[in-house]
Structure formats: C-alpha cells, structure tokens
Design a binder for this molecule. Sequence first.
Ligand SMILES: O=C(O)[C@H](CS(=O)(=O)O)OP(=O)(O)O
Length: 235
Amino acid sequence: MRKIDVCLSPDLIHLYSLENTAVVVVDIFRATSCMVTAFANGAQEILPVEDVDFCQSKKAEGYLISAERNGITPAGFDFDNSPFSYQVEKVKGSKICVTTTNGTVAIRRAEKAPLLMVGAFLNLSKVVEALKNWEGDALVLCAGWKGKPNLEDTLFAGCVIDELNGHYQVADDAALMAWQNYNIASKDLQTAVKNSSHVNRLLKLGIEKDIAFCLEKDKYAVLPIWLSGKLKVES
Ligand SMILES: O=C(O)[C@H](CS(=O)(=O)O)OP(=O)(O)O
C-alpha cells in the first residue's frame, strides 16, 4: 500500500525522499490559508519567494506583492498575511508574489517534488481527493515556526491522514503522532489550538478573526499546485 508521512518542519526535509512522492505544504496560520483564499477569489498565479527585497522587485513586473515577517507587513506591500486581505476586488485575475516567515520557505524547499500542492483546512477535500488519485507515496510538509514544529500544521497533517485511512499506510511515528493528536483534537480544533504559540502571537497582534477562519474546513474547492516555478490552480 502507498505510504503517507509527515515532515514536522522544513528544516527536516532532507530526511525525506521526494521521489515519486506528492507533497502537501501546509501553513495553517497563515500563509497557505491565504493562498487558498486568494485562488478561490480569482488570483491567477502566486509566486512564493524567500526574500523580502526580491518580492518587492516583482512589483515592476506587474505582480501584486505580499510580505510578512513575524506577523508584520513591511511598508509598501499590497497585502498583509491575513486571508481577509485577499478579497475578490483586489485579487481577481492578478499575479501575486509573496514572502512569509515560514510558509513560502516550506514551499520552496519542496519544489522538486513530482507533485507539490498547497493545503489548508479551507481546501481539505481537494487535497484529499488529489492524494486519493495519486499513485505514489505522500508527504505532508508542515511549515512550522522558524524551524520548529507547531500544533496547527501537525493537526492538519493528522486530519489528512485520517481522511485517507484505508488508502495510505502511516509511514512512521511523525505521521502517527499527527494522526493521534488530530483524533484527540478533532471535535473542537479552536479549543485544541488555544494555548499554541502561534495563536498567542496572533492574539498579541490583535488578529483573532484569522484564527477561526483558518480552521474552517472545506470553505473553498481549489487546489493550488506547483507548475513551471509558480503556484496555479487547474481550470
Ligand atoms: O503571519 C503569520 O501568521 C506567520 C508569522 S510568524 O510565524 O508568527 O512570525 O507567518 P507564516 O509564514 O504564515 O507562518
């Protein structure tokens, strides 16, 4: 049977083989939740990059630009890192270049995978459907926080594993930990993450509404995938 594994931080990705493996990158708070929202609201393409200055330089090429470091947006960018920024009027038909503390780093570290997709609770069913159709192994790559694992991305990984029960076999203990944690937390995700470090950071920044939004399941039926060096959704 196909195997599904979980990489708890981008800094551990060298321990995993990407050969014949579909990778789902997740950064629930908030990068991949923003990307899914942007595509659902009509964005045409997203270019995730690691450097703030490089991101800013893409403005001259017609990109809208989005940056965040430690939850804050530097001056001169079109979007902050909140899904509420990516509304239809702003994003429809646009190309967006984005850099964030954790999420864009994780995406770029997995870009050599034969299938790379962006996942969030917001597009859970699309991720699960794509993995059911994939014939190789699967890996959920958690963006974590500055190299450390985090609770919300791990819970998403566990949720994907739970949805794929019977289709994939759990590869090792990271996947088992994620799955067992999700089973404990699944009835009330918001309570489960309430003491997590990222929720505390967002609360300090006064961004409470993003938390509930990013934990909503299946709000959108879009699946961003990596195609020729960018993220796109199939039309
Ligand atoms: O903006 C966010 O929610 C985080 C900022 S930080 O991790 O709290 O510094 O960035 P992301 O890359 O979306 O995790």
